[in-house]
Ligand binder design. Structure first.
Ligand SMILES: [Zn+2]
Length: 437
């Protein structure tokens, strides 16, 4: 999915509102939850002391390693943007983009077919040139930090499948977008934004059924010890689910995760095999409570609305900046105007610049929803210690205790400290409710 991410940026969030935790592989699932002494229920229970005790239970070398991993991600955001910008500028200034368009015009006179023909070498060239960074980030770096045990062949196979998905969905999307631009003249950007959101919504709708199974096998969870309390919690919160799915994500990664994906009838609650193998029932329950929260709070629909607005702003910026850039360099690069498919590298460059700069806004939106789902999960599962334990497992790949400014800019989920503080706050208030009875 990495390629998909690169092209569709933050909107891929719509594909799956995904979450949770990660841990070292263990051969047998743990059955008892270890609670630090200062976080146990008592008359003198204090939220900050309990939160600090949970955070202090992570060995310093482990914390240093996950901080390094996560902080490296800040730079990767920049390197990815700069590399793709360099490739796109290369396509424009060498006039390769214009030459590919000339080739499509020799092959066919039909505009839609020309657009589709243009997209294929464009996708291939950009993917090949970005490949070294993709291999480093997606394969070597994950192995270096002990987050994956996938073989290179299996990893490459996933990349090729992802490229195939982008070729099909991206090909259709680009043809439709250029047809709109050609037909709607000056207001193309409004309808371009609307079409993009509709298109990504459809992609989100079909993703759980047609895309996710290309990468993993989903099967119904049979273990009654785990399935029954999850379904009971779902029913108690107004969800008439009859099945929970288990997905074999240990193929790709050691991360523990769960997600809710799809909508309008393709909804699916899935938890991965790492979660089942490495977490206690308390941790699994609070995780599923969180996922049910995304569903009950209609986060997918709110995402569509939010990203609809972001896309409208993005396309407004695109319209403005495209006209200015073309007036200055259009002739030099052999681009005839906004209706010319050779403009694609420039359009992608300007849009990715917009999304790069607005990353903190998209992250804050998502992080806020994740926090809401955390609170929902605490209320639904009533497992604050399970929540804290699972939050620490996230600490294997997400910095546990960042500064507020770091959390604001880079975090698309709340940090470990924020999440554990919420869990311990819930625990304290509910302890007090208990004693008042
Ligand atoms: Zn979530």
């Amino acid at each position: 999915m990495a390629t998909l991410l690169r092209y569709f940026g933050p909107l891929v969030l719509i594909f799956a509102v995904a979450c949770v935790c990660i841990a070292e592989m263990q051969s047998t699932p743990p059955t008892t939850l270890e609670i630090p002494a200062a976080a146990r229920s008592s008359a003198s229970f204090d939220v900050k002391t309990a939160t600090d005790a949970w955070l202090a239970s992570v060995p310093p070398d482990k914390k240093a390693r996950s901080d390094a991993y996560f902080e490296g991600g800040y730079w990767l955001l920049l390197w990815n943007f700069l590399l793709s910008a360099a490739i796109l500028i290369l396509l424009l200034t060498t006039r390769w983009s214009a030459r590919i368009r000339e080739w499509t015009e020799r092959v066919t006179a039909r505009k839609n077919l020309q657009t589709l023909l243009y997209f294929m070498p464009f996708l291939l060239i950009t993917t090949v040139l970005q490949f070294p960074l993709a291999v480093y980030q997606g394969y070597f770096r994950e192995h270096h930090y002990g987050l994956s045990n996938q073989t290179f062949a299996a990893w490459l196979r996933d990349q090729l499948v992802g490229l195939g998905v982008v070729a099909v969905l991206g090909g259709i999307g680009i043809v439709v977008l250029f047809a709109i631009v050609r037909r709607l003249g000056k207001n193309w950007w409004v309808w371009g934004a609307v079409a993009s959101v509709i298109f990504l919504t459809i992609a989100a709708l079909i993703a759980p059924v047609y895309i996710a199974p290309l990468f993993n096998t989903y099967k119904k969870l049979e273990n009654a010890r785990i399935k029954d309390p999850i379904l009971s919690m779902a029913r108690a919160n107004g969800i008439a689910a009859t099945d929970v799915y288990e997905v074999d994500e240990s193929r790709q990664s050691k991360r523990v995760s769960a997600n809710v994906s799809g909508f309008l009838g393709t909804e699916r609650i899935s938890l991965n095999d790492n979660l089942l193998n490495q977490c206690t029932l308390e941790e699994i329950e609070t995780t599923m409570g969180h996922e049910l929260g995304h569903y009950v709070l209609h986060h997918i629909y709110k995402d569509i609305l939010f990203f609809g607005i972001v896309f409208l702003a993005g396309f407004a910026f695109l319209n403005w900046s495209l006209n200015r850039t073309l007036a200055r360099w259009g002739q030099q690069w052999g681009i005839r105007g906004v209706t010319d498919v050779a403009v694609l590298p420039l359009a992608v460059l300007l849009l990715s610049f917009f999304f790069f700069l607005t990353t903190p806004i998209e992250n804050t939106w998502t992080r806020t929803q994740e926090y809401e789902a955390d609170i929902f999960g605490l209320d639904a599962a009533r497992q604050p210690d399970g929540e804290a334990a699972v939050d620490l497992k996230l600490g294997d790949y997400r910095k546990l205790d960042p500064s507020p400014i770091e959390e604001f800019i880079f975090f698309d989920h709340p940090s470990g400290r924020t999440r554990i503080t919420a869990a311990m706050c819930w625990k304290k208030e509910n302890l007090e409710l208990e004693t008042r009875k």
